[in-house]
Ligand binder design. Sequence first.
Ligand SMILES: [Mn+2]
Length: 473
Amino acid sequence: LSASAHSFKCILVSAALFAENRRRLCQGLKAKEGIVSKSVVVLQGGEQKQRYCTDTDILFRQESFFHWAFGVTESDCFAAIDVDSGKSILFVPKLPESYATWMGEIYPKQHFKERYAVDEVHYTCDVSLPVLTQRGQNTDSGSISREASFEGISRFQVNNTLLYPVIVECRLIKTDMELEVLRYTNRISSEAHKMVCFLPCSLFQHHCYSQGGMRHTSYTCICGTGSNSSILHYGHAGAPNDKTIVDGDMCLFDMGGEYYCYSSDITCSFPANGKFTPDQRAIYEAVLKSSRAVMAAIKPGVKWTNMHRLADRVHLEELVKIGILKGNVEDMMKVHLGSVFMPHGLGHLLGIDVHDVGGYPEGVDRVNEPGLRSLRMGRLVQERMVLTVEPGIYFINHLLDQALANDAQSCFINNQELARFRSFGGVRIEDDIAVTADGVELLTCVPRTVEEIEAFMADSAKPFSPVVSSEKF
Ligand SMILES: [Mn+2]
């Protein structure tokens, strides 16, 4: 399947990839105890949704299980797989004639049969389907697909006719301030058509899309600088990557492009001006050391929880060398001091979802200890797993204050040295790896050592120029 008619260096994803997935699924199901003959797997694809009550489409992204099994890019489909025979049936919506006017050609069923290499194609309306969403609980989000309903709505007296026309009239007539914002959005959008702007997130997305055919990123870009680089999931709606990059700041850019629903998840940390200060170098090299120690240790059979502990141990050893900590590292491990500096897990499975499924199968429980309880995978490492390795050291004020208030931890902290790092932010180094028969294959390829980064930024790079903050109203 060609992802784009004008692909540059895009790889082509074959329908055979998904046929293979279905075959493996049937094989796995048949081997399962208690499987009844003539079983049929029914999957529901993602639905095209609109922004709240408007008719503006939200950019569609296929539901991950459905994508894994069929690689279908269209919305609102169902699919069935006959487990015994492996026969696959795709159900596509029967589109109204007006679709051809607004959305383009309406393809016949044969088109989908060929494009997705399935055995049969039917219209969803022609078959009465039992809607069996067989999704379980996602161990990362804790979400289960559930019926949308508003509990207790009957307790309220609802009037849904009065408000609406009044609001519509208000919205029809724009105020001065609204006009200012509309001028702004227009000016920015117009400029963007003519030039590439300086923000890392937008540059990143542009490169991924224009050079790699990636319409989506795997997750919202995290572009923290200065003290914001210690905010683990910076970049959300309340902090939309809008801080001006300042000379002397550390940058922490965690961004991954998604191609045909397959993810990547990479973090680079570096000084905005291209030159590490001694403190920046010390923290950065401590994280790099743990990253490389973990990668050298990963092979089939090792416990992921032990890889997390290994990263913690290296961080603590290095923080002692830097002078922020003092004392015996084994004793620090006993009071989970590592989690003060790395509260998140070492890394996670990666695939169609950036936090891919399978981290905690039946019988594998989370280790309920600081840091370790954030791990998104608790099982043994196996060949052909793809994982992120993303150790980090962060100076998060509320965690530091908690540790200082805890006698068991504060005795290891040299608060005078620590004070200097209070607004440092954080460093994360995140690479994606595939587990091989006896080690790892590093999938990520970016400058990693201090020397490589400094040479890269001095040579080819344009260190990100400080930009004017977006206007506030
Ligand atoms: Mn990650």
